[in-house]
Design a protein around this ligand. Structure first.
Ligand code: B12
Length: 281
């Protein structure tokens, strides 16, 4: 296994390309330096020996450090997205998980969701819309993506809780990967999230809110056709409870869309979403 190791000397980072080798006599692994790459701030991609430039771990690590130009980082991200696209379409969960593990280790889980998984899912949708991808492939891809997000989320079930947050979608909305990503991110920072997605009857959602008394509610809408049902859902909730409701998702990207009694959140990071919905007004 090959990876990059950092040594910090007097505040300056130095990178080494190292190999992990199994020593069967001592029954342990040892590191062997393949190449000393130099000061992290001065390294370019050309410093990496060609054999390792496409290594997933190396790419994941390099795309996370500041020393690479934006163009180089973009190039590395593009490679990772291409790899993920292939893994998802093939239904290859193990490779998907491996890519997630290496990338998130270096760059964090939110970055994986925002920079890799979400754009790849959008690309899959575009390919499907252009008839360049079958519906079965799209299903396989979204199932694998959802399995991964659920698996990441399962790590956080025992965390202490800060706020109670309900996530729901309007009746008829079957898309819920975005909702599951929000659930995972909010759980990872200590909130107790009740994810009612995918579609549930509006009355069940309202009854659930009555019994759990959450601090905030997220309504995620993907299909434009579901904006009206979404508006009805928000009205039903707000007619009964004085709880803040936040609406977001692909359907409301157009800034003409309005919701009474709810705040629309557009184009912002997961970190910022968490801040907005948990800050008391
Ligand atoms: C996977 C998928 C499906 C799966 C969904 C499985 C599942 N469990 O989710 C299945 C196969 C079921 C499906 C069905 C359909 N789909 Co579909 N689907 C997709 C696809 C490829 C990916 C969706 C996804 O997971 N995206 C990635 C997630 C992470 O992104 P996201 O939802 O935008 O979420 C992010 C943000 O928006 C934000 N966010 C989300 N919610 C909220 C809420 C708040 C408050 C905030 C602040 C932020 C926020 O956070 C997330 C993380 O960054 C998209 C393509 C695309 N562009 O997304 C098409 C797409 C959404 N589908 C589409 C269509 C047309 C359909 C069908 C009508 C197809 C059909 N004829 O049957 C049906 C409708 C089913 C239904 N009634 O809902 C269209 C929608 C077009 C439109 N403009 O309305 C798309 C865009 C494909 C396309 N290019 O045409 N689909």
């Amino acid at each position: 296994m090959v990876y990059l190791r950092t040594k910090t000397v007097k505040g300056e980072k130095y990178l080494y390309l190292v190999k992990s080798i199994w020593d069967s006599k001592k029954n342990t692994s040892k590191q062997e330096t393949i190449k000393y790459l130099g000061k992290a701030s001065e390294i370019t991609k050309d410093d990496i020996p060609p054999d390792y430039r496409n290594d997933k771990k190396i790419i994941a690590y390099l795309s996370s450090i500041d020393t690479f130009s934006i163009e180089e980082k973009e190039e590395l991200l593009t490679k990772l997205k291409t790899q993920l696209y292939r893994h998802l379409i093939r239904g290859d969960f193990d490779s998907t998980k491996q890519l997630y593990d290496t990338y998130s280790l270096a760059s964090g889980i939110p970055s994986f969701f925002e920079k890799i998984l979400t754009p790849v899912m959008y690309q899959i949708g575009d390919m499907w819309a252009k008839n360049r991808l079958g519906i079965a492939d799209e299903h396989v891809a979204s199932n694998i993506a959802n399995t991964l997000v659920k698996m990441i989320n399962s790590k956080y079930t025992d965390m202490p809780t800060k706020k109670k947050i309900v996530i729901c979608v309007p009746e008829g909305e079957e898309h819920n990967l975005g909702a599951n990503i929000l659930e995972t991110h909010l759980s990872s920072i200590g909130h107790h999230v009740y994810n009612l997605t995918p579609t549930e009857p509006h009355d069940s959602i309202v009854n659930f809110i009555g019994s759990t008394k959450p601090d905030s509610i997220i309504v995620s809408i993907t299909l434009e056709d579901n904006i009206k049902p979404g508006q009805r859902l928000v009205k039903k909730i707000r007619d009964r409870f004085d709880v803040p409701v936040y609406v977001g998702g692909q359907a409301i990207k157009d800034d003409q869309v309005r919701f009474e009694n709810a705040q629309i959140i557009r184009d912002t990071s997961l970190k910022n979403i968490a801040k907005i919905i948990t800050t008391k007004k």
